[in-house]
Design a protein around this ligand. Sequence first.
Ligand code: NAI
Length: 409
Amino acid sequence: MSLDRGKIKVLLLEGVHGRAVETFTREGYTSIDRHDRALGGDALAERLRGVHILGIRSRTDVTASVLDRADKLIAIGCFGIGTDQVDLEAAKLRGIPVFNAPFSNTRSVAELVIGGIIALARGLPERNAAAHRGKWMKAVGGSTEVRGKCLGIVGYGHIGTQVGLLAEALGMRVIYHDIETKLALGNASPAASLDDLLERADIVTLHVPETARTRHLVGEAQLRRMRAGAKLINASRGTVVDIDALAAAIRSGHIAGAAIDVFPREPGSSDEELVSPLRGLDNVLLTPHIGGSTLEAQENIGVEVAAKLVKYSDNGSTVTSVNFPEVALPEHGGKHRILHIHRNQPGMLAQVNAVFSAARINIASQYLETDPRIGYAVIDLDGADRPMSAAIRRELDAIEGTLRTRVLY
Ligand code: NAI
């Protein structure tokens, strides 16, 4: 670490989960200032003075001008998935890595999807709606078990694979389609193509990211390819399904039910109304983008992001940072470790190494990763003492193109 851990100031905003605080304190970080609200502009800049580590959720905008006034900031943690609220490029050019928790809610989404699969197979959305209107919709209708049915997973990534494993435990046959070649887990097998999957699956569930290529991945033509009476689940991104085409396919009866958690236009708050052509269709289960919203996911996020911040602070590792070259580092037990973040320009490493040769100091190990804009060099020293490391740091700071240096003891 660069300072006594107790002197490293941590500012946590927006009611970051208590498990994050526990993670910091267990590791000896005791100077933690935690607030329930978001801060913005001048108020944020003011509060950031002297702070080394900032933790936020989605409502705190960390702009370039805020970063300019953050005199001590070494790292930012976004306690969630999105990182749009931070000017990532500006943070990078100030030598500040940003971390998030991309997979903390994977299981939560997978469980909601499993709930959706069973609910659709038993016609729960329409039976629930009917019962609320006093109607006793007891006839078996199209109700089935899920055992033995074919689940088609589009996008076999973190969530898709979890859904597949859980579905197999229920006795489903699992096929998947992905643009990458993926290792099939359990007894799942790849479909020959998206069309092949759509033609074979009793239930199709979508787990792709939002890209130009996935926009309306499921439109009128794809819905027509699905089996008569098949069902669709979308808990990925709203743009992936052509929602008007889906509403038409549901009305025509070709698609017998759907569970939709994400929408092309989602209300910004609970005061706004959901506007969707799917409203009023009883066999469509509508949920307000809650796939990842569980207490467990919040806890996982708290632990995961705090652990990444502690690791960077103690050891310099930037693994999984969203804006920084990723360097995985071993423990530096007893050796001084110099972190040098610089503009990625020719001759930089030669100048860095010249500082060490001139000081006649032995380099025990050295790590370097770059991206087009910055380089991140980590140098472990043999037999350095504090005055020596401090002198080296001053010389490294003087190299033109240096963005930031730290010394970890
Ligand atoms: P991931 O990146 O692990 O997996 C996505 C998979 O989709 C990858 O295997 C990728 O190769 C594949 N893919 C990309 N383009 C494709 C295409 N055109 N056709 C077929 N496959 C394609 O992502 P993860 O973590 O599994 O998330 C999946 C989706 O779930 C994302 O859209 C994410 O935003 C969404 N999500 C929704 C939540 C909710 O609350 N409903 C919560 C968390 C994530």
